[in-house]
Design a protein around this ligand. Structure first.
Ligand code: SF4
Length: 333
């Protein structure tokens, strides 16, 4: 058993200083990190507890009409906060689709951003081939069980997917991640926060060493009237998405003024379906247009041997989610 030391940070500057020590990592809710430690996947030497830093556990309005969600806000508190429920229902739905009530009560927004993939080979150290866990060792999923793996944006190094529901909604809403580190504060547009695997699948995000996530900013609410988060999974609760779709629309009658569509369960990062959005923008929402847009979203899909079904499932999920966002009862116009 490895010895682990524990330190409680009193403020952001202290946390950033403390995490510079060898083998140190931040711990918030711990719902993912403790799993990784118990399985021997993560072996930190020092835990820097950030849960007592004041000011990071609130949701506040911003001068531009958006909101700021502190990194220590629990997922259940964010899901049920009046500002989130009323102005960002897409995000509230995504929070409530994630994990179990017990986990949502513990997990923080900052930790959710950093959830690691749920690829079984990554979590089971009996499998020696995993480039994400041990760079250069190979990828057991390529020839193994890959039903739940990526169909977009993967590399020969790694075909894992990002497991978060929250991240999919934040991608559709064009959130901004605020971080503080040794070089000061910076803001990372959500599309740039998570990485595709390329030849470094061991690196999930663009966070620099020692940076602490302090908040997520959401732009003014443009999609509160027409939004839907659809999660397709193997069982009704406490399961990761096979496919998920965050659909948000601005509508003028039956015309789509602006469409935002992000997909989960398909790639190493939340996947914005930009081609589909462009085909819907400025168009009447007909089923023909929507089916064409869904096909465009998956045009570049490269499924694995066990997950070819995901291509059609994702197309159908897009059609259903956009219809539901538009208020078409039952998901069909
Ligand atoms: Fe590891 Fe990625 Fe391959 Fe899974 S898909 S075994 S996480 S390298």
């Amino acid at each position: 058993m490895d010895a682990i030391s524990y330190e409680r940070a009193g403020d952001v500057a202290g946390a950033v200083r403390a995490v510079q020590q060898p083998g140190a990592v931040f711990i918030g809710g711990g719902t993912n990190l403790l799993d990784l430690m118990k399985g021997g996947v993560a072996r930190p030497m020092r835990l820097i507890d950030i849960t007592h830093i004041s000011g990071l556990d609130t949701i506040t309005t911003l001068p531009n009409g958006g909101i700021r969600i502190g990194a220590l806000v629990r997922n259940s508190d964010a899901a049920n906060h009046a500002l989130v429920r009323e102005q960002y229902p897409l995000l509230s739905q995504a929070f409530l689709a994630g994990a179990s009530a017990q986990l949502r009560n513990m997990a923080t927004v900052g930790g959710n951003l950093l959830q690691r993939t749920r690829c079984g080979y990554f979590y089971d150290t009996a499998f020696t081939q995993c480039n994400k866990r041990t760079p250069g060792s190979g990828c057991a999923a390529l020839d193994g069980h890959n039903r739940t793996h990526a169909i977009l944006g993967a590399s020969p190094q790694c075909i894992a997917v990002n497991p978060s529901d929250m991240n999919v909604a934040l991608a559709a809403l064009d959130a901004v991640v605020r971080v503080n580190g040794p070089a000061g504060e910076r803001m990372i547009p959500f599309a740039d926060f998570h990485r595709l695997p390329a030849d470094r699948p061991d690196i999930d995000t663009t966070l620099q060493a020692g940076e602490l996530i302090t908040a997520v900013d959401l732009p003014p609410p443009l999609f509160s009237a027409n939004a839907y988060y659809l999660k397709v999974r193997d069982r009704a609760s406490y399961a990761f998405a096979l496919i998920s779709v965050a659909a948000a629309l601005q509508m003028d009658g039956n015309h789509v003024t602006t469409a935002r569509i992000a997909l989960g369960g398909v790639a190493h990062k939340p996947w914005r379906a930009s081609a589909a959005e462009q085909m819907l923008n400025g168009q009447p929402l007909t089923q023909a247009t929507l089916h064409n847009a869904a096909a465009a979203a998956l045009r570049d899909a490269r499924p694995q041997h066990d997950n070819r079904f995901k291509v059609q499932l994702a197309q159908r999920a897009i059609v259903r989610a956009v219809n539901l966002a538009a208020g078409h009862a039952g998901g069909v116009a």
